[in-house]
Design a protein around this ligand. Sequence first.
Ligand code: PRP
Length: 217
Amino acid sequence: MLSEPPAGKPENFHLVNDPLSRHKLAVLRDERTPTPEFRQAMKELALILVAAATNRMPTREVSINTPLVPTEVESISAPVCLVPVLRAGLGMLDGALALLPKATVGFMGLQRDEETAQPVEYYVNLPKNISEYFVVILDPMLATGGSLSATLDKLKEEGATWMSCIHAVAAGPGVERVCAEHPDVHFYSAALDPELDGNAFIVPGLGDAGDRLYGTL
Ligand code: PRP
């Protein structure tokens, strides 16, 4: 699985660019993909992306016994908190939980105002001791970066320090913004699209992820 910064992109942006994630992305981008298949592909892509996002998680040595002998093994050194950005981020939650079943789940409710493209917060529910967790933020779309930057500001305000984010598609302008505003956070995306249209939609993108996940087209 490749998760390197593409040429000319910030060091904290990682393109997850293996054949399987490209295949899942092809299903998501296709306008003919119906909601059940779209939802399934998003879940499967989230599983791949969350594996990439655990790359930098510190581990600690633990002494255990195999059925034969005592030995040292490695274990992720802090609990994980998954934070889907409502509502489209929920489409990545089951995939992420398949790989991290013991994770705590926090919620960030944000919606882009359709006129201004600015994020509006409507629901926040995070664990109180968020500073003790490795936090992975789930949001299929990184467009202008406004929603994600507001999410990261909020999480930092609450005490989070170790954070990574996963996205199905990220747009160049949003990547530049969040990487500059949050150089301490790492971003993993299955695609880096070049631009936004006049409505701040990612082009070529995959449309409105929330609407396609939940059939509200
Ligand atoms: C979408 C998407 C991101 C945000 C990206 O959510 O899931 O959260 O827009 O845009 P930005 O980078 O310009 O902030 P939306 O506001 O459409 O809400 P939804 O998930 O409820 O559909």
